[in-house]
Design a binder for this molecule. Structure first.
Ligand SMILES: NC(=O)c1ccc[n+]([C@@H]2O[C@H](COP(=O)([O-])OP(=O)(O)OC[C@H]3O[C@@H](n4cnc5c(N)ncnc54)[C@H](OP(=O)(O)O)[C@@H]3O)[C@@H](O)[C@H]2O)c1
Length: 298
């Protein structure tokens, strides 16, 4: 049986990945930041020797996109040095490593979905540090390193856009949401299951895109959420990104292509399905997390 080690196990994705592994009866050790700080090379070596994992999934990350603009070195320590520490240990022990990464490695100005092998051109400090993490893994583990890029994540176990909309629908008559950024809203549980399927297939190491199929804007997503909550989607009003000023620029186009999944075999792993379908499945859990005292909308 495969032994898994998940770092950043208390985060939004890490929590759902550990849950998905546990539900499948896999042998999994989840370590939060207090249990394993990935920037501590000696602690990584010690934890790896103790757990002897076959597969490590690195969900630990500096994810504060705006703060990274003024703290790039600290972000780099987690997102790049942390990944390098894990990769070095995996190389010694013969373990496979899945490094979770992001659409922010791209410039975000394309007119068609980004392919796995498109040239990265990050425009933010966060994107640069995540790209350095990808390279740390792929360089050290050419035969056993996987980079799984995702984007626009939501889940029950962390702050995210879907939970914010569930809260605001309850509190405000209208909400203004940007309508000029395009992406693929993606459920953390889908990413967790996709990583598990990837490792259980005979997929070649390399880069995979784990985002939902289809695309929308934040405005389109907010309208869908309001509709599912039984509220009037007309209460969501479109605004341009220029109306919000943020330290890190947000990509206008974050749509990722899914061609690499076609190369998976035994069994073939299809890409994650349509974003709307996933949102319908996930919403009850997110409402319960956001409004613990209320019943989910029918
Ligand atoms: N959220 C998104 O929309 C999104 C989009 C694209 C890609 N991703 C990627 O998906 C992955 C998971 O993101 P997420 O949304 O689950 O983020 P998250 O909720 O912020 O989880 C990250 C976890 O990493 C932990 N961590 C931070 N520094 C650490 C360290 N030095 N050692 C060990 N653990 C550390 C954090 O602990 P503390 O809370 O204690 O700091 C947190 O539990 C990341 O690689 C991220 O870049 C996320």
């Amino acid at each position: 049986m495969t032994r898994w080690l998940v770092t950043g196990a208390d985060g939004m994705l890490g929590t759902d990945l550990v849950a998905a592994l546990t539900a499948r009866g896999e042998l999994v050790t989840g370590m939060d930041r207090a249990g394993l700080d990935v920037t501590d090379a000696a602690a990584v070596t010690e934890a790896m020797a103790r757990c002897e994992p076959d597969v490590v999934v690195n969900c630990a990350a500096w994810t504060a996109v705006d703060d990274a603009e003024t703290s790039e070195e600290q972000a780099l320590a987690v997102n790049a040095d942390g990944a390098a520490n894990l990769a070095a240990s995996c190389a010694k022990l013969g373990a496979r490593l899945v490094q979770v990464s992001t659409d922010y490695v791209f410039a975000g100005d394309a007119g068609r979905p980004y392919a796995e092998n498109d040239v990265p051109a990050p425009r933010t400090a966060y994107g640069r540090t995540k790209l350095a993490g990808e390279r740390a893994v792929l360089d050290r583990l050419p035969g056993s390193g996987y980079v799984v890029r995702t984007a626009w994540l939501y889940g029950a176990h962390g702050p995210n856009f879907v939970r914010t909309m569930i809260k605001l629908e309850d509190q405000r008559p209208t909400v203004d949401v940007v309508d000029d950024q395009h992406g693929q809203p993606t459920w953390t549980m889908d990413v967790g299951r996709q990583i598990i399927a990837l490792i259980h297939s005979t997929a070649a190491p390399g880069i995979y895109h784990a985002t939902s199929s289809g695309q929308t804007t934040w405005f389109g997503l907010a309208r869908e959420i309001f509709g599912l909550l039984g509220a009037d989607p007309g209460r969501v009003r479109p605004i341009p990104s220029s109306a919000l000023s943020r330290p890190a620029p947000r990509p206008a186009y974050s749509v990722l292509g899914h061609d690499a999944w076609a190369g998976t075999r035994e069994p073939r792993v299809p890409p994650i399905g349509e974003w709307r379908t996933a949102l319908h499945c996930a919403l009850g859990e997110l409402i319960a997390a956001q409004r613990p005292d209320s019943r989910p909308a029918g």
